[in-house]
Design a protein around this ligand. Structure first.
Ligand SMILES: [Zn+2]
Ligand SMILES: [Zn+2]
Length: 219
């Protein structure tokens, strides 16, 4: 009798220990990436160049179109942090945090309300092992990899009343809010916004309601 009780208590405890949290738990305290500014001409000229380049590339297209030229200019891959504006324009390869920071700047310069967005996406252990290899080869932190899950950064843009689109700068495409469960699908999203309206009403992304400033589980 006693043994049975002990066993069942142990089982309860084990169940508690393995109770799955949200995949985003690992990145609960993780800040989104920001480019640093030297407070001098070097960084200001670099920033202005990016904005001017965006206006030129836009060439009369809708201000709500994704800045694909950034993905054409920069390969996605490991990049060292902290990174300054004057560093980023010199690089060939940048990670999703830098891609997201650049997209945020150009959307804002076009007069749109744009917000930093963090994602947790599901890939596969094989994919993340391969990425870990390339990041480690450059001696860059692999904090963003966790088994079959990855932490990723993107840029949310307000396109209607309370309605978001999410630009994945390093993929050069909009994130599909309806994709569920497949390779690359979004499991969690967190959108940072400080307006009182966003904080009280949140956003709509596809069919999802998204609260501001906290991880939202998708699906
Ligand atoms: Zn600088
Ligand atoms: Zn990423």
């Amino acid at each position: 009798m006693y043994l049975v009780e002990v066993e069942s208590a142990a089982k309860d405890q084990a169940a508690e220990v393995v109770a799955p949290g949200a995949p985003s738990d690992r990145w609960e305290e993780f800040p989104y990436s920001r480019l640093s500014h030297h407070g001098d001409r070097c960084c200001e000229m670099a920033r202005q160049w990016v904005v001017a380049m965006d206006f030129a590339q836009l060439n009369g297209a809708s201000v709500e179109s994704g800045p694909r030229w950034l993905r054409e200019k920069y390969k996605w891959g490991p990049s060292p942090w902290p990174m300054h504006w004057c560093d980023v324009v010199e690089r060939d390869t940048i990670d999703c945090g830098a891609h997201a920071a650049l997209a945020l700047e150009v959307f804002a310069a076009r007069g749109l309300a744009a917000f930093p967005a963090q994602l947790v996406q599901k890939y596969s252990k094989e994919a993340t092992d391969q990425w870990r290899g390339s990041w480690e080869a450059e001696e860059v932190s692999c904090h963003w990899l966790d088994g079959e899950h990855i932490y990723h950064e993107a840029t949310a843009v307000l396109v209607g009343t309370g309605e978001l689109k999410v630009w994945d700068g390093s993929a050069g495409s909009w994130v599909n809010p309806r994709q569920r469960g497949g390779y690359g699908s979004v499991l969690s999203i967190r959108v940072f916004a400080d307006s009182p309206e966003a904080i009280s009403n949140g956003f709509r992304w596809g069919e999802q309601r998204i609260a501001a400033n906290r991880w939202q589980q998708i699906g």
